[in-house]
Design a protein around this ligand. Structure first.
Ligand code: SF4
Length: 156
């Protein structure tokens, strides 16, 4: 099962370059980043994320062209199942922010965008050239796109 925090769901422009993105905060984070920006996301909080919840979100947010899982939770099979559902039903691009150093190779088949790397305050988030985090688009590292934009994408 995956859970999300409805009150933190929002449409964002800066997390995925060039996309109008529906960003959904996933709880049960398995990360342990020092300086974590949202420690409550490590807890088992929120509501069940399933196909019905996704349908409601798309009904409420017409026009988005990307769906971002802000975190991957602890149930990778459900994560991938829901991603496939979104692609087949809504035809938008798919993104996941993982706090892990690396993800399994099939993540790059399921998701168009994959962000990896724990948040390390001393190195900074994606928009810092010193960052340890990386955003891949179809396996290509597009992290440098953030370095001249002065934006502050979610530090997950
Ligand atoms: S991945 Fe994000 S939510 Fe999870 S521990 Fe790290 S900073 Fe916190």
């Amino acid at each position: 099962m995956l859970k999300y925090v409805p009150a933190m769901t929002s449409v964002v422009m800066e997390e995925i370059p060039g996309k109008v993105t529906l960003a959904v905060e996933i709880s049960n984070c398995r990360g342990n980043c020092e300086g974590c920006h949202s420690p409550w996301l490590r807890e088992d909080i929120g509501e069940v994320l399933d196909e019905a919840a996704i349908d409601r979100m798309f009904a409420d947010n017409f026009g988005v062209n990307c769906f971002l899982f802000l975190g991957e939770g602890k149930d990778p099979e459900t994560l991938k199942r829901l991603a496939s559902y979104i692609r087949s039903r809504y035809g938008v691009e798919l993104a996941v922010y993982s706090g892990r150093m690396a993800v399994e190779d099939d993540f790059y088949d399921v998701f168009d965008y994959v962000k990896v790397g724990p948040y390390i305050a001393a190195l900074g988030p994606l928009n810092k050239t010193t960052t340890n985090q990386r955003l891949y688009h179809h396996r290509a590292d597009i992290t440098p796109l953030f370095w001249h934009r002065g934006i502050d994408p979610n530090a997950r």
